[in-house]
Write a protein that binds this ligand. Structure first.
Ligand code: CMC
Length: 374
């Protein structure tokens, strides 16, 4: 038996997928064959969510039906609102999101039914309800009244409305929608692999998404968008940026928002998100973070040849939109639920228990001594 260790499963192909691929020939992330940036230009987030879940872009009738179902399922149970209300105010919102999805699993009438049809219905419910749970906590911890979801608003508009009580300018909503499209799916990243691993024991979709949220929280994955903002706040002024980044690299620190396991010469999602970051900065009349962004990026490429990933522009964009920093990764969650769900259903459709091997490096065989002899 070959017992060569491939730490981090580096370079290992563990299964097949139809959901997404980074296509080298067009140097782009694609969902079901469509380039993510083309989807940003032509579609709203709901269309892309439909595409990821249903394998094709919707026509107007299909979209209308999908949006109606999403809007009708946004409301939480009284029980879940109460649970969120009782969570410690200091909780990280990712832990709140994780717990909320877990509770949704306790409450869902189809939890034990993992047929494709039931999973589609449950995915839709998780997709519709999770933003409400996150926004409810956003309000509660600020001591503000919860704002219930509004059916007349789009997915993105409604999220702003539930958090802030109003819908911002069209351009801001579009920038948010674009960020959700870019975050929706990325093949076998760690959270998706977690969801597929949980699913591979034939466990249920709520459990798999709960585990995926825990996985996304880490700073090497989704948590990076929050870390980017912490870094930018530490740098504070463009005049400090050059010194800060050079010192960080001299000390061999990992700089958040840079590098990627798959892209080695640039994340194809970055140019689109960078463009929308610029638009938001212009509307908000705040160029400070853009200047810091450019200086840090330049040094990272020059000194390390390491390029930004999508978390680098989303961090400051969400900040300028008015979100608290620890809500950035939960925003990633509300989008990635679509990708996770598609992978969970794909795993169910052609399942094989995920059970890798490990090279043992512990003690050789030992005899157990009775307690009084040890
Ligand atoms: N800052 C400084 N050095 C870096 C960075 C970085 N952000 N990323 C990679 N390197 C260096 C790393 O130290 C290593 O150097 P050496 O060979 O001298 O030890 C080399 O580049 C290869 O990196 P690696 O960590 O072995 O590569 P990986 O494929 O295992 O890791 C990564 C990919 C994303 C975990 C890593 O680039 C990283 O830690 N980045 C910062 C966290 C981050 O931004 N995560 C978001 C990922 S993308 C979107 C998402 O999933 O949310």
């Amino acid at each position: 038996m070959n017992d060569e260790v491939k730490k981090g499963l580096l370079g290992i192909v563990v299964d097949e997928t139809e959901v997404s691929k980074v296509m080298p020939e067009i140097n782009s992330l694609t969902y079901r064959g469509y380039a993510a940036q083309d989807l940003c230009a032509a579609c709203r987030f709901e269309e892309v969510a439909y595409l990821i879940l249903n394998k094709d872009l919707p026509n107007s009738i299909q979209l209308k039906k999908f949006e109606k179902e999403e809007r009708e399922n946004r409301e939480l149970t009284k029980n879940l609102y109460e649970i969120i209300n009782h969570m410690p105010k200091k909780s990280h919102p990712m832990d709140v999101a994780r717990t909320a999805v877990s509770v949704m699993g306790l409450e869902d009438k189809e939890t034990s039914n993992s047929s494709h049809e039931a999973n589609m219905r449950k995915a839709l419910r998780i997709f519709a309800k999770t933003p409400t749970a996150i926004a409810a906590f956003y309000r509660i911890r600020k001591g503000k009244k919860i704002i219930k979801p509004k059916k007349t608003l789009s997915f993105s508009e409604n999220f702003f409305y539930m958090c802030f009580g109003k819908v911002p300018e069209k351009e801001i909503v579009k920038a948010f929608d674009v960020s959700l499209i870019l975050y929706a799916e990325h093949s076998f990243n760690v959270s998706t692999f977690t969801a597929r691993t949980i699913t591979s024991s034939l466990s249920d979709i709520h459990g798999a998404i709960t585990g995926a949220i825990a996985s996304l929280k880490g700073p090497l994955h989704g948590g990076a968008n929050e870390e980017v903002m912490h870094m930018m706040k530490k740098i504070k002024k463009p005049e400090n940026a050059l010194k800060w980044i050079n010192e960080a690299l001299d000390k061999k620190h990992v700089v958040m928002g840079f590098g990627h396991r798959v892209y080695k010469s640039g994340d194809s999602r970055v140019p689109t998100m960078r463009e929308y970051f610029k638009k938001v900065a212009k509307i908000k009349k705040d160029k400070i973070f853009e200047k810091i962004y450019d200086i840090v990026e330049k040094v990272m490429i020059k000194r390390k040849n390491i390029y930004p990933n999508v978390d680098y522009p989303t961090g400051p964009t969400y900040h300028l939109m008015g979100f608290d920093t620890d809500f950035f990764t939960p925003i990633f969650v509300i989008s990635r639920i679509t990708g996770w769900s598609a992978h969970i259903m794909e795993q169910h459709a052609a399942n094989k228990l995920i059970r890798p091997l490990a090279k043992y490096k512990g003690s050789t065989h030992r005899k157990v001594l009775q307690l009084n002899q040890r």
